[in-house]
Write a protein that binds this ligand. Structure first.
Ligand code: FNR
Length: 341
């Protein structure tokens, strides 16, 4: 049952990528061009530090999968690409492992293929402290992601309908594991109010994972004969909107959800994110061309990121936050409505 669901998610998420790549709200962010701002490439470092985490690059392969034979093979290929490019990587939700230990291998393959890499385990907000620790131990994980997915659960007839315990549960997990905890959405975004609450709960990092890329309302609708919740496909805030909304909250944030290219990574960093994450696009790349294709794509992105930082005069990812950007269109309206300066 879980295995089928995991395979469906991969299939429908990869299909969605065909329709993505056009406009999303990242296009409402543009850099003011300063023709003499450039520095030397040798002065640029991609390394980033946030919430007790240190990464060599401000980009990761974000949470996706595991729990079935097929998704174990995908995790192997993603882990190979992470190892060869040095980017951090997350597993998908490890709930399947808590229910049936025989699927452990579909997750541990990531650590086997990438023994020295930065790996994040992933659980949902109903996980017990004991299971959160099991997930971290199984992978020798460097950080733990907790995903928030109320909209996805709502669209699933068999989905969770009890969300009231999530916040206290997160607080317990944070206190009970000895790695940094990153709380993330799955494509509907985190509001400023949610970020304040996460900060209070002791969460180290929030990954806003906003609207604009993989759409789980659509995936869950596609899995059913009757799409009862098709009206939810426009739900949530875009990733750049969430990053702007996050200003002043005081919790480090990551940009994921609809990141299409290195320019979107730069835009996310310029809006205050400490790093970016990509799921659906990297999944499609590895499904189509194996680890070799993903290694080429990530290497190109990292090279282009450094090249653009050189032209913009940003020595570090954090330095991008000092770049002049223009906020246009619907994103500008969002800022006005939410009182964001
Ligand atoms: C996901 N995502 C996800 N997130 C999570 O925290 N736990 C999970 O198990 C999954 N599973 C999953 C499966 C598949 C096939 C995809 C494509 C994605 C959500 C993911 O981490 C991310 O938040 C969203 O996909 C938005 O980013 P992109 O895809 O637009 O780059």
């Amino acid at each position: 049952m879980i295995a089928n669901r995991k395979d469906d998610h991969v299939r429908f998420a990869a299909e969605q990528q065909r329709d993505l790549g056009g406009y999303n709200q990242f296009d409402d962010v543009s850099f003011v061009h300063h023709a003499l701002a450039g520095i030397d490439r040798s002065e640029v470092s991609l390394a980033t530090r946030f919430g007790g985490i240190e990464w060599p690059v401000p980009l990761c392969i974000n949470a996706m999968t595991g729990g079935s034979v097929k998704t174990g093979l995908i995790n192997r290929d993603l882990a190979i690409a992470a190892r060869e490019t040095g980017v951090p990587i997350a597993t998908g939700s490890m709930s399947a492992y808590f229910k049936d230990e025989s699927v452990a291998d579909t997750f541990t393959v990531m650590r086997r293929e990438n023994p020295d890499g930065f790996i994040m385990a992933n659980v949902n907000a109903t996980a017990s402290v004991e299971n959160a620790r099991r997930a971290v131990d199984l992978l020798r994980a460097d950080a733990l992601q907790i995903h928030l997915n109320t909209v996805q659960e709502t669209v699933m007839p068999e989905g969770d309908r009890s969300f009231g315990e999530w916040a206290p549960r997160i607080e317990k997990i944070v206190a009970g594991v000895d790695v940094p905890v990153i709380v993330k959405e799955v494509g509907f975004g985190l509001s400023r109010e949610t970020l304040f609450l996460l900060h209070e709960l002791g969460v180290r990092v929030a990954d806003v994972s906003g609207r604009g890329g993989t759409n789980f309302a659509r995936i869950e609708n596609d899995r059913r004969e009757q799409a009862d919740y098709s009206f939810l496909e426009g739900w949530g805030q875009s990733t750049p909107a969430c990053l702007l909304d996050a200003h002043g909250v005081g919790i480090p944030v990551m940009a994921s959800g609809g990141v299409r290219n290195p320019l979107d990574v730069l835009r996310g960093l310029a809006l205050g994110a400490s790093a970016a994450g990509v799921s659906g696009l990297f999944l499609k790349t590895v499904l189509d061309g194996g680890p070799t294709a993903l290694i080429s794509l990530i290497s190109l992105w990292l090279d282009q990121l450094a090249a653009l930082m050189t032209a913009l005069g940003a020595r570090t990812p954090a330095g991008l936050a000092r770049c002049d950007v223009l906020i246009l269109g619907g994103l500008r309206q969002f800022c006005a409505d939410r009182g964001v300066n």
